[in-house]
Design a protein around this ligand. Sequence first.
Ligand code: BT5
Length: 275
Amino acid sequence: MDEGILRFFRSRTEPSAELTSDELSHNLDTKIVGRKILSFALVDSTNTAAFSLAEKGAAEGTAIFSEEQKQGKGRLGRNWSSPRHTGIYLSLILRPQIPPDKAALITLLAAVSCAEAIRKVTGLRTQIKWPNDILVNSKKVCGILTEMQLEGDKVKFIVLGIGINVNSQISKLPDGAGSLRQEAKKTQVSRLELARELLRQLDQAYLYFKHKGSSKIITQWKNLSALSGKRVKVFLSQETVEGQAQDIDQQGALIVRLDNGFKEHIVAGDVVRVR
Ligand code: BT5
């Protein structure tokens, strides 16, 4: 058959290799998240793109996807490897009416939504490593970067960035990273199906959070935590603390019981399991 006709035929019967805003939003039926979806071939960072759109007044729930990022961002100026066509790189604009010290709850909410979407679509067992990693078989398959703009003492908007290694080749990712395709032992995992499920999970969790608060999210988060009861070392900006990870508090801070019996509530840091 002629290649042009074949291409036309394929475009009618198969989802495209790229995540398009039409396919992402078709019958999505969410209330807030993904009501508007933009998809790009290449950006520096979807978080940077979302931030400037939010500054110009983009609506709550606007979702920005890209097939590739030139300068995908991690926390604290770190890099997020974002190879083309194989991952999900998403940033979401949210405008919750919360004080800045509650913003960590948005990261928890996102972590639970990512873990749940990955589990539903791939059947893999997911765990959350505080604050922002989703692990499968102890490998990092997803990272979350929450950034915000303040207005006085209130949050003006939040940009919630999510990166997931879906069909990524491990050789293109840093040590400790995993990809869903490899962990699920499949030739492909549908990025479209996963991205749509993720938007739905985020929508449900965010609506619940807005109307009923954070208690359900915290309970779900604790059930998925890879750290509960484990001995951990936490790297803070100036110091390192070691102890037993016990819980998270109502603000989303990690509670670590130090060897001298004191409990520290840690708002931001990097955690490694010691044993
Ligand atoms: C994160 O930071 O895990 C947050 C990653 C957020 C990425 C998304 S993609 C869409 C949106 N737009 C952006 O520009 N960013 C967000 P952090 O906890 O600091 O972890 C960063 C560290 O993870 C790096 O220093 C590497 O060691 C490792 N890493 C980098 N790329 C990775 C990948 N693709 N998979 C697993 N680990 C990775």
